[in-house]
Write a protein that binds this ligand. Structure first.
Ligand code: 9WO
Length: 246
């Protein structure tokens, strides 16, 4: 996969992309990330990429020409503009289904706005999809673009080690995750559930499934409505859904 970022803060993208599973996938050659500086495509000595909004008002708007030139350069380099994604609070909310779909695309272009946004004609002419990572306003699209990259890249075959499996993720089965424990067996008065120390792999799998289902029911009734629950009876799930001590 090839991911082009268009941004006025390319170093923010490069630095963040060096970490974790995404960083490892890039070093392994599974993903190619290029952070383009939008100012490189400006046409004046000041490398101006913004201008005042037509009709007046506070703030600045990304001029269309530098964005269009940067997109042309990506296309000229042989990468079709099939998935030009603008990160915006106006977009469709990102979910695992969209992440799964984008994870098999050969090319992604992530357009990161600042100020009040980009000239509407860029949206009309080039943007194929507008994505939001949540209903709040940030100061720019870079962090949402990195969120999208992180979610997508970890699904690329080979990106996750044998120890991790994307297929077992919370959400891949439509459920929240079960509780997880490690040693010690007792911590500040709280014990690891006996079933996890029983060695009975079937009981452990059942407990994990059941706590995940109950936790989904309590915390995310919206997700719970759209799943096939199966048998969730049993007394080993009383802590499901608890966020902490209560
Ligand atoms: C700026 C602004 C200034 C004065 C009055 C109103 C204003 N609205 C905005 C604004 O929405 N700016 C955005 C900043 C323009 C596009 C890039 N920015 C952005 C993206 N903020 N938050 C996101 C974002 C993207 C994806 N998911 C959640 C948030």
């Amino acid at each position: 996969m090839h991911i082009d970022f268009l941004t006025i803060f390319p170093d923010l993208i490069r630095d963040a992309a060096a970490y974790g599973i995404a960083g490892r996938a890039i070093r392994a050659g599974l993903v190619d990330v290029i952070a383009h500086d939008l100012r490189d495509f400006a046409d004046d000595v000041h490398r101006t990429v913004d201008d005042t909004p037509c009709g007046g008002g506070a703030g600045m708007v990304f001029k269309p020409e530098p964005v269009a030139r940067a997109l042309a350069a990506i296309q000229d380099a042989g990468r079709p503009l099939e998935n030009v994604i603008f990160l915006s609070p106006d977009g469709e909310r990102l979910d695992q289904k969209t992440v799964n779909r984008l994870s098999i695309a050969p090319n992604l272009v992530l357009l990161c706005g600042r100020y009040r946004g980009i000239d509407e004609r860029i949206r009309e002419l080039y943007v194929t999809e507008e994505i939001s990572v949540g209903d709040y306003v940030l100061s720019g699209g870079e962090l949402p673009a990195l969120v999208l990259m992180d979610a997508v890249v970890r699904l690329i075959p080979g990106a996750m080690g044998d120890a991790e499996s994307a297929l077992e993720d919370s959400f891949q089965n439509g459920l929240l995750d079960c509780p997880w424990y490690t040693r010690p067996r007792e911590f500040e008065g709280l014990r690891v559930p006996d079933v996890l120390l029983s060695g009975d792999h079937q009981r452990i799998a059942d407990w994990r499934r059941n706590t995940a289902v109950q936790r989904t029911r309590i915390r995310r009734p919206d997700l719970y409505e759209s799943i096939e629950t199966g048998d969730t009876a049993g007394s080993e799930n009383e802590d499901a859904g608890r966020h902490g001590r209560s």
